[in-house]
Design a protein. Sequence first.
Length: 393
Amino acid sequence: MAAQRPRKNRNEKQRADGANQAADTATTASAPAGTRRALLVANGKFQYFNHLLPGTAKDAMNLAAALSSPDRAGFEVTALVDEGFYAVRLAIAQACASSRPEDTLLFYYSGTSVVDSQGQLMLPVFDTSPDFLSATSIESEFILSQMRQSACRRFVLIIDGCHSGAFFHNNRGIPDGLIAMTSCSPEELSYDTPDGGAFTQSLLRALADPAADRDQDGQITVDEAYDYVRRDLLASDYANHAQKWVWNLPESIVLVRASARIFLSYSRSNGKEAKTLGDSLQNLGITVWQDVSGIPGGAQWRDSLVEALGKSDLLVFLMTEDSLASKWVRRELEFADGKGIPIVPVVMGEIAVPDWFSLQFGGVQQITLPARPTEAAAKALRDAIMKRLTAAR
């Protein structure tokens, strides 16, 4: 992985996905029974050469949090940050040896990576020697060899490093049941930032964004995460061509349950309060959709709003004097009510409730928040939202 730099100019034609890539695999309603393990290896510090990647430790920490969530992912996560050759090699072997056919094993690497003279991808670790790079790095073939020997047949491989698309060059065989994502093509560099690798940050956005669940089945698969990441990277300053490969995998592997789709309904005059409320929920892991583009009055805006609201799992209503007087907000509430979408009214300040609201929504429990929501108040709202979502399912 390279240090952060401006976008490189590229004249090359956009590469197709990996040469051995199969068509997207079918998404299943639920993952098969079995243990879900994730081994995360991140190296940004090195003992024998002057190379520092400040974002890799954050990559491991943030991805571990996303994958270990019992409600959304349920992986048993082991994270090795700036560990040496022996520790990393042993952890890979142990993870593969202990996995059964019904288990899912995810291996992730974040750091610098290089291609040796034979074309094989090398993943340097803390005590890698620059004079004996091939002997002291984790070679891609070693990882594949352990997977071939494993009883497991549900592998996810994710590599965030320079030239990572070369991972499968000069291998001795690919295990069945493997789906792989790499941050770039064999000829490209990946980029590190103080907040983490550009690719991994995009992957984390995919795991958190309900829009990544393209078939809207409530789950985000590796295929769906890859599609999101590829588009996201190409639209970014880095413009890397993420790669994907699939080998004999009969069904797609689910990474996480999709986040609940929360629609925030509010009056334009309460934009500041809406942003405060949305940010508070976002910080607690709840993704909120809110229109911040204004109301141009055209069909395109209405179609966008109706689509977002129609796909929502719950509507949070910022209940103020202005929003209660807004015809647009009233239409949103009535649309949601007609679709059976749960509504959580949030009151910020003293208000007089009109008769139409009392008649139609008087039985809906309201949540009262201070003008500047405290962390405790935001958590109470989050708990109320999750309770309503659970009751609606």
